[in-house]
Design a binder for this molecule. Structure first.
Ligand SMILES: [Zn+2]
Length: 435
């Protein structure tokens, strides 16, 4: 009897490993589909502890129901994520399909970041650079005073008038601010232009669309809430005056070819065509955010390369907003410098979160290094309180994406091909740096 049962067991194992195995299982020898399902449930469960963690989810209701049913404590989520990492192993096996190899790395990297987030939510605190490395897979550079001094000196020579630089900068910004009643008109015009320029280069899913809303009381300036089925809700915060630059910035960043396009292409290429469920959840505090924010910011340069942006603003948006078009050229020069000053937020966040300065000093530093108004500086510190080292994704992410795309060609066509590839594949920061 014993022997016969052993044979039966052996027979069932042999059958399971041969022709009886379903098609999907044979195509997925490492069991990535099962790990991906579990990853989604864990990400959704972590969202119960951290309301900002799940930025978007449009996958199966059954996985959400499973997360709601289990509702694991943080320690259990961490253990489950660590056990999935053991199943994934230290390195990906040799896959014939490079996208599957990326998928394996993606799951490993995202789960590693999830473990770090559970530790933070349980009360652990890491130094700023370590937190950035654990959550986003990159170590931000430290930029000293000379970096900011040289940019501020260039800005000083561009801005007319007398008195402190911050005051002159803010007066100049006030002269290019969109009257509140015209914000919607200007934004819709900017989004239409970004969309048209993107559609010349990227075929988007049929029926793709967005809704636009204006909100107050948030720590962010704008947000894309991706709903699935190529649909986004874009919200713009109107608490503070909005300078004309923000129209193209936010239209490209939140919409085309930024977050809306990135999400829609991932949904089509990976979730629908490949059935890879893990891309239907977007974990905010994860390495994917460096690609998302970096590509959204670099997307502005993709849609409006070189002088195209200043020309569009001068010829279209300035007249719509009733702003003197003679200011457009200088505004473009000022903008290019202030964009490089974005790294000031990293430096202030590092010192503030590491406990070297308090929130009042952080606000003062934002006014000194980024020339923020007191209100804008206060808002930035609120953002840092809420999102912490996430700030690195905007500037370092943009620069890493720019280097990766620009290494792939000099012509607009070559760069759009690279950019489209980045937005349609499971690439993470390590893929940008190493490949
Ligand atoms: Zn963004």
């Amino acid at each position: 009897m014993g022997t016969s049962r052993s044979w039966m067991a052996l027979l069932s194992i042999l059958l399971a490993g041969s022709a009886c195995r379903p098609e999907g299982e044979r195509a997925d020898p490492a069991g990535l589909d099962a790990i991906a399902n579990r990853y989604v449930v864990l990400a959704l469960t972590l969202g119960h502890h951290d309301p900002s963690y799940v930025d978007a989810y449009y996958g199966p209701d059954s996985l959400k129901a499973s997360a709601d049913r289990d509702s694991l404590p943080l320690a259990a989520i961490r253990l489950a994520a660590e056990s999935l990492l053991v199943r994934l192993g230290d390195s990906a096996p040799a896959y014939g399909d490079s996208l599957v190899a990326m998928r394996h790395r993606y799951l490993t990297t995202q789960l590693g970041s999830m473990v770090a987030r559970t530790r933070m939510l349980a009360g652990e605190r890491f130094p700023f650079d370590e937190e950035a490395r654990l959550l986003y897979g990159v170590t931000p550079p430290s930029l000293g005073e000379p970096y900011f001094d040289s940019l501020l000196a260039r800005l000083d020579s561009l801005l007319p008038g007398t008195g402190p630089l911050a005051g002159r900068y803010q007066r100049f910004r006030a002269s290019v601010t969109i009257p509140p009643a015209l914000v919607d008109t200007v934004f819709r015009t900017a989004i239409a232009a970004c969309r048209a320029r993107t559609l010349e280069q990227i075929a988007l899913p049929e029926g793709e669309r967005f809704d636009l809303e204006y909100v107050t009381g948030t720590s962010w300036n704008a947000y894309n809430w991706y709903k699935g089925d190529a649909h986004s809700l874009i919200q713009v915060n109107t608490d503070l005056p909005i300078a004309i630059d923000r129209a193209v910035d936010l239209a490209c960043h939140e919409g085309y070819p930024g977050h809306h396009v990135y999400n829609a292409l991932l949904e089509r290429s990976l979730v629908r065509e490949r059935g890879w469920v893990e891309y239907s959840v977007y974990a905010l505090f994860s390495p994917q955010s460096l690609i998302a924010e970096g590509s959204a910011n670099y997307g502005i340069d993709m849609a409006f390369p070189g002088e195209a942006r200043t020309a569009f603003e001068r010829d279209s948006l300035f007249p719509l907003a009733g702003i003197d078009t003679a200011l457009a050229a200088r505004n473009g020069q000022v903008r290019q410098i202030v964009e490089r000053l974005n790294y000031a937020r990293n430096e202030v966040a590092r010192r503030y979160l590491n406990g070297a300065i308090d929130s009042a000093a952080a606000r003062a530093e934002m006014q000194r290094l980024w020339l923020s108004t007191p209100d804008a500086a206060a808002k930035t510190v609120r953002f840092i309180d809420e999102y912490r080292s996430y700030v690195i994704n905007y500037n370092l992410g943009r620069d890493l994406v720019a280097e990766w795309v620009e290494r792939r060609g000099d012509t607009p066509a070559e760069r759009w091909t690279a950019f489209r590839t980045l937005l349609s594949t499971p690439r993470l920061p390590g893929d940008l740096i190493e490949r």
